[in-house]
Write a protein of this length. Structure first.
Length: 277
């Protein structure tokens, strides 16, 4: 496969899985050298600084055919100042990549762009984000589509949902539950567990992202998801059983947050179309 694919954020929670998956599929993967520790050695290291503001960043990153922009600081800290503080750097990087000659761009999005919503989310669902993380991603998505039209770039916005797996590297409830089990705690403080989410294991997410970027016919906002809602309580109980944990959930120890939807999931029509190729 001759397609050269630059993956930013390659050393991150999602990035290392995406790099390995693309390498498995025969892609020529480029990654930024300073974020390469522990990342699949099959990927070629590139000495570049994506947030330098350089107008020549496309050339400095090896003139890739595709850029998969996963880099993001504090993705698990939804009201971190880093989201809005670094937004202009993400915008400048993407603009300069497109202006330099990039023709296919995939950017990591999130269900948190949408804010409160009940039911399935598709590419036309209105967005009213309620966290700094969601606001920043929403703004980057809107501006990226304007730039893509200006520079005639094929843009694929990868909207992810409730990611789990490789739990030592994330900050999800599953990571916290694992830490509590290892600490010998008997009970884990929990909500009612009734809220339903679209859960996706990080390896499956990487498989979907790789499939999306290795084609260019399906684009726009693409939900990377299962398309199936499941209650948080059922999912966590399943996780406990699968791992042989002894810890018990203390239901109702925490109140349900008023801004959490009772049920939200991704419309999987587009990703299913891609995965069937």
């Amino acid at each position: 496969m001759d397609k050269r694919i630059l993956v930013t954020g390659a050393g991150g929670y999602i990035g290392r899985h995406v790099v390995s998956r693309l390498c498995d599929m025969g892609a020529n993967v480029l990654i930024i050298n300073h974020s390469a520790e522990g990342v699949d050695p099959r990927a070629k290291r590139v000495d570049a600084e994506i947030f330098s503001g350089s107008e020549n960043i496309y050339q400095e990153t090896g003139c890739p055919d595709v850029c998969v922009h996963l880099a993001w600081k504090d993705g698990f800290v939804h009201n971190s100042d880093a989201h809005m503080g670094m937004l202009s750097q993400h915008y400048t990087f993407l603009r300069n990549m497109m202006a330099g000659g990039l023709k296919q761009l995939a950017v990591m999005g999130t269900m948190h762009e949408v804010g409160y919503w009940e039911g399935a989310i598709n590419e036309n669902t209105p967005c009213s984000p309620s966290s700094m993380y969601g606001i920043a991603k929403d703004a980057l998505r809107r501006s990226s589509f304007l730039l893509a039209r200006q520079y005639d770039v094929n843009l694929q916005w990868l909207r992810a949902y409730y990611i789990y797996g490789d739990d030592a590297r994330n900050h999800s409830i599953f990571a916290k539950l694992t830490a509590s089990e290892e600490a010998g705690q008997e009970k884990f403080p929990f909500t009612s567990g009734k809220n339903q989410y679209d859960f996706i294991e990080v390896d499956e997410l990487a498989r979907q992202i790789a499939a999306v970027v290795l084609q260019d016919e399906v684009n726009g906002i693409i939900n990377c998801c299962s398309g199936q809602p499941m209650s948080l309580g059922d999912k966590v109980e399943q996780f406990i059983q699968e791992h042989g944990f002894k810890i018990k959930l203390d239901y109702g120890a925490f109140p349900d947050r008023p801004y959490d939807s009772p049920a939200v999931w991704g419309d999987a029509e587009k990703i299913h179309k891609i995965m069937k190729r």
